[in-house]
Design a protein around this ligand. Structure first.
Ligand SMILES: [Mg+2]
Length: 115
């Protein structure tokens, strides 16, 4: 299998089709699943000390990887059922952010501009 978003997309589509789960994979359900998994990721860090690095707790790193994978899986599935090209959308967003947050005004400044 190709090690790419397309390869993962195809594998996930096959996984859903084999289980007759496609009817459950609506944009709404998948968006809610992404949100839920993002909450699980945040919960893993909820009471952690920001001074702690990820390298000191291999079990935490494994759990974070699992939750990040859940998010990615649902996001890829969401993009598939909605016809979004994730890489194109991400590149467009990064281009937008390049314009929105110039280095000269944003360097070392975490202020978020609205708009
Ligand atoms: Mg999870």
């Amino acid at each position: 299998m190709r090690d790419s978003l397309e390869g993962l997309r195809d594998r996930l589509a096959r996984f859903a089709a084999e289980r007759d789960w496609e009817r459950f994979h609506t944009p709404k359900n998948l968006a809610m699943a992404i949100t839920g998994e993002a909450g699980e990721l945040a919960a893993e860090l909820q009471w952690s000390d920001p001074a702690d690095g990820l390298g000191i707790d291999p079990d935490l790193r494994t759990r974070l990887g699992s939750e990040a994978a859940d998010i990615l899986i649902y996001l890829i599935r969401f993009a598939d059922v909605t016809g979004l090209d994730l890489l194109s959308e991400a590149k467009r967003k990064i281009d937008d952010n390049d314009l929105r947050y110039s280095v000269s005004l944003s360097r070392g400044n975490a202020d978020k501009r609205s708009g």
